[in-house]
Write a protein that binds this ligand. Structure first.
Ligand SMILES: [Ca+2]
Ligand SMILES: [Ca+2]
Ligand SMILES: [Ca+2]
Length: 284
């Protein structure tokens, strides 16, 4: 079902965001949840089509299209019960995504027959509440429910921005436990949205910006408590982990929008604001 997808023009009109700098972004959100992969597949595919074609895992920016991480090809030695190097998806497999967390690290779940699946290595009830969108691996922060993703030109230390980012989640129980926050290069919050719940199911949230300087970082809050031998899903506790990440091709910051002076910024902000509302009027 396409129930979670909002019409682009409605969202673009409703969520024009003006920050104190020059950023004016129209954001298109893609949100869905359901009992199984099929129930969110259409919304994930609509987000993919908006980002563009899937690029190979190569060094350098290809300028457009998208990258994806489904975790499933991570080597067993770098999966549970072992931690994932936070720069694995910029160094080992160059896709321009580097992770950080206030917790103790990040981990990708194990394959069946190698080690306990779906983070049963941490708490053996977890495989009964989680499922995969792409089998078999899932992703989590450790000792925290927060993970941040910073974007780089793939395979380099050059900071980059992306046009959109989305993630699949499993076992979101509350409508205010799980969210994605989007930040620009100045670390200003561009947009934030909660993820739709689906007990024991799958959820998807993606946001695409069709104007503005791009997303330099996302902060993902998964549930309201970290994975732990003592944290059982239920009651007031919502344990949530992630599956597929999908995002626009990382593009070097300097090549997107040159940093304007404050005066020029204010001027451009006014012009962009006028353009935005003119378009809105023409559409109505
Ligand atoms: Ca997966
Ligand atoms: Ca649950
Ligand atoms: Ca949960």
């Amino acid at each position: 079902m396409f129930k979670g997808f909002s019409h682009p023009l409605l969202i673009a009109s409703a969520t024009l965001l003006l920050t104190p700098t020059t950023t004016l972004a129209a954001v298109i959100t893609f949100s869905d949840s359901g009992a199984d992969p099929a129930s969110i597949q259409d919304t994930v595919d609509a987000f993919r089509a908006t980002l563009g074609n899937l690029n190979p895992n190569v060094v350098g920016s290809l300028g457009n299209g998208r990258r994806e991480i489904n975790w499933d090809g991570v080597p067993d030695a770098l999966s549970a019960p072992n931690n994932l190097p936070p720069d694995f998806f910029n160094i080992n497999s160059p896709r321009g995504a580097v992770f950080s967390t206030p917790g103790s690290g990040v981990q990708v779940s194990a394959r069946a027959g190698i080690a306990p699946i779906e983070f049963d290595n941490i708490n053996d009830t977890y495989s009964s509440i989680f499922q995969t969108f792409s089998p078999q691996r899932l992703f989590t922060a450790l000792d925290s429910n927060i993970v941040e993703v910073n974007f780089f030109v793939p395979g380099t230390n050059t900071p980059a921005v992306v046009s959109g980012f989305g993630s699949v989640f499993t076992d979101v129980d509350f409508d205010d436990s799980t969210k994605i926050e989007y930040f620009d290069v100045g670390n200003n919050l561009l947009f934030s949205s909660f993820v739709q719940p689906a007990n024991n199911g799958l959820s998807f949230l993606g946001a695409f910006f069709n104007e503005g300087e791009g997303i330099a970082k996302v902060r993902i809050t998964s549930g309201n408590a970290p994975l732990s031998p003592n944290n059982f899903d239920g009651g007031n506790l919502d344990i949530v982990v992630m599956d597929d990440f999908l995002y626009g091709e990382p593009i070097e910051v300097a090549q997107v929008v040159p940093e304007p002076s404050t005066t020029l910024g204010l001027f451009l902000g006014g012009v962009l604001c006028f353009v935005g509302f003119s378009r809105k009027h023409r559409r109505s």
